[in-house]
Unconditional design. Structure first.
Length: 111
């Protein structure tokens, strides 16, 4: 059981993006991409960085495939998967003061 919920098995999917917003069409594609990310369970970490907690590498791979399916035509998108242990080592600062990290995702287990 301990291995099943290991911080080395739980994954975080991070999506970094820099999309053009010069034209109305660009802004619409940007907004649609963000909505699709949020619809897939991603939360804003910073303005152009969204993260999603995944219970396993297999689950993370499924969400990576889903993000790839709705990539915008223009702009830059980077997808990175890291373990829960690596995510827990992130140091966050607001100005010069340390900031509390995001609360870890909770996995509902019925049995």
């Amino acid at each position: 059981m301990r291995e099943r919920i290991s911080e080395y098995r739980i994954m975080w999917v991070m999506v970094f993006f820099d999309l053009p917003t010069e034209t109305k069409k660009d802004r619409k594609a940007y907004a649609q991409f963000r909505k699709q990310l949020m619809g897939d369970g991603f939360n804003m970490f910073q303005f152009s960085i969204y993260v999603r907690h995944c219970a396993s590498a297999e689950n993370a791979a499924a969400h990576v495939r889903r993000v790839k399916s709705f990539l915008p035509e223009y702009g830059n998108v980077c997808i990175m998967c890291i373990t829960d242990k690596q995510f827990g080592n992130i140091e966050l600062f607001q100005g010069a003061r340390p900031k509390e990290p995001l609360h870890e995702g909770r996995q509902l287990e019925l049995f």
